[in-house]
Each structure stands twice: as C-alpha cells, then as structure tokens.
Design a protein around this ligand. Structure first.
Ligand code: HEM
Length: 283
C-alpha cells in the first residue's frame, strides 16, 4: 500500500487533466488501488467485529464500523469509511514526518538550541527507570522542545495553506472579495510577516515563551476555526516522543550543507536529509 499511497500523494497537487502517463492519471490509478485494499481490510474488520473476534476495538476502521443505528445497521457507508481512512492517512502521514525532519535539520544547525533540548530531555530521562515508558506528564514537561517544534512549524509549515469560502463580502488590502468566493490562505506568508513575527528569518524558539501576546490566527500551522487540524495532539505526541529518544540516544551531523527545500506539495529538503548518526553511549 505504501507504494500506491506515495504515488497517490505525488499527484494530489497536479494539473487535473486526466491524460495517460501524467502524474494526475497515475495518482488516480494509485488511489483506486488504495481504495481496493481498504475495501478488503474493511470486510475483514467487519467480519471480526460482527463475530466479536476483534482483538482491539481501537483501530480506526473498527471504530467507524461500530457506529451503528437502532437496528444495529451501519451508519457510515463503506465508501464513507474508505474516504475517512484515506483522509486521515493523507493528513497524518507526511505532516508529522516533515516537522520531525526539519527539526532534525535545525537542531544540527543550532548547537545551543540542541543543547537546551538535550538538557530538558535528559532531566526527563533521568527521572525514569530503565525501560520505563514516557507518560503524559513527561510530555507536559517538554516545554522548551515544543517551543522548538512551534518555531520549526512557523518557518517550515508542512501544510502551506488551505481553502476557505467567504460567507459575506469582505475587503482586504483594498480589494473586495465577494461573498461565495474561494480564498486560499497561505500559512507560510502569515508566519513570515515581520508585523507579526520580528526578524521572521531568524530561528528563535524564545518567541513562543509567551504565546498570550500572539493575536489569534497569526500562528496557523494547524489551520484554525471549525476545521482546525484534529490531529494536533497526536502530532505533538509523535514529535516529542521521537525527539526525546533521538537526542538522548544519538548525536548526528548533516552530510549536506544545502539548506534549500521544495514544496511538492509538502516540504521536502532538496537533497533529502542525509545525516551521520552516532549512538551517544559509544561516544
Ligand atoms: C505536524 C503535523 C500536522 C500539521 C502541521 C497539520 C496541519 C493541518 C492543517 C493546516 C489542516 C487544515 C486545517 C484548516 O483548514 O483549518 C489539517 C487538517 C487535518 N488534519 Fe492535520 N496536521 C498535522 C498532523 C495531523 C495528524 C497526525 C492527523 C491524524 C492522524 C491529522 C489529521 C487531519 C485531518 C483529518 C484534517 C482535516 C480536518 C477537516 O477538514 O475537518 N493531522 N492539518
């Protein structure tokens, strides 16, 4: 599925003309394959659910299948379940991994910030016995590390914008945008506006020490309003846990000094992110 999934993602941001051999065409074909696989998985999960064989009711498909009406009939059609699962896969996969990728790069380039993250994470690691897992309370203590993540999201937002529709006529920058028009809001532009963030080109996690002074909708890596990203907390957990184990167990150096990146549609370091990684205990 990973291969089809990647092909599908590659064509999401392409010219929607369905000609053979185009990225769009390959993406549609790959999407059909992913849907076929999910269909198969759903029928297996349905069988397990209906025969009480499900080992865990916590997986997404089983949860969606268990939404039932009065006569135990499924309330979501198979198609709705397929597309909800695909939405979560698309929205949740590359986003968190991009944040972690860019944090790895920024920590390698900013030794003082790396040292402060390491100090915070080592204190947490020291409070644990060998093999003991991180807890929710531990994540709450990772305040500096999360500020570094926020600053990474400010400078390198994985999702660079999204669509909204105007519900009334609005005026912006001397332009009238009529009711009903589509607007594309651009995260990267807002985050790099020097009226909001001073010296926006500077990587400075300290700017998030006091977020109460930040006006609403000025820091929008997860969007905003009713459709704000529902995966925010999960992304935070994934990032903090990964960085915890990474900095406490390894050091790393970048093998490539090129800092450039492209958006296709999500952020990708132009040369990938080759690193030389060393276990800390062997240092
Ligand atoms: C660093 C990680 C992430 C970033 C930066 C991010 C960013 C975003 C943004 C900007 C939106 C659009 C919000 C809007 O229109 O106001 C969004 C929507 C969404 N995200 Fe995330 N996301 C992340 C991780 C995740 C994860 C881990 C999941 C789930 C596993 C997830 C699930 C979703 C879903 C389902 C939507 C669509 C919500 C809707 O349309 O109502 N995201 N995300």
């Amino acid at each position: 599925m990973v291969q089809y999934f990647q092909q599908m993602i590659d064509g999401i941001w392409s010219i929607p003309i369905n000609l053979p051999f185009t990225r769009f065409n390959r993406s549609l074909k790959a999407s059909k394959e992913v849907q076929k696989m999910l269909k198969q998985l759903i029928s297996e999960k349905r069988y397990e659910f209906e025969n009480n064989l499900a080992s865990s009711r916590q997986d997404l498909i089983t949860c969606l299948l268990s939404i039932r009406g009065e006569n135990n009939q499924e309330l979501m059609s198979e198609n709705e379940i397929i597309h909800n699962v695909m939405l979560i896969m698309v929205a949740g996969h590359d986003t968190s991994s991009i944040l972690i990728t860019f944090m790895i790069r920024l920590l390698a380039n900013n030794q003082n910030i790396h040292a402060a993250v390491l100090k915070e994470q080592e204190e947490i690691a020291k409070s644990k016995s060998s093999g003991e897992s991180l807890t929710w309370e531990d994540l709450g203590k990772m305040k500096y590390t999360w500020r570094v993540a926020m600053e990474t999201l400010r400078m390198f937002p994985p999702v660079f914008g999204g669509f909204r529709q105007t519900v009334k006529d609005i005026e912006y920058g001397g332009y009238l945008i009529p009711k009903g028009w589509k607007i594309f809001w651009v995260t990267a532009k807002t985050h790099m506006d020097s009226n909001i963030f001073q010296e926006p080109e500077k990587f400075d996690p300290a700017r998030f020490e006091d977020t109460s002074s930040l006006p609403p909708y000025n820091f929008v890596p997860f969007g905003g309003g009713a459709r704000i990203c529902p995966g925010y907390e999960l992304a935070k957990i994934e990032t903090l846990v990964t960085i915890h184990y990474l900095v406490t167990h390894f050091t790393w150096k970048l093998c490539c000094t090129d800092d450039s990146f492209s958006r296709d549609p999500t952020l990708v370091p132009t040369q990938g992110l080759p690193i030389q990684i060393t276990p800390r205990k062997s240092l």
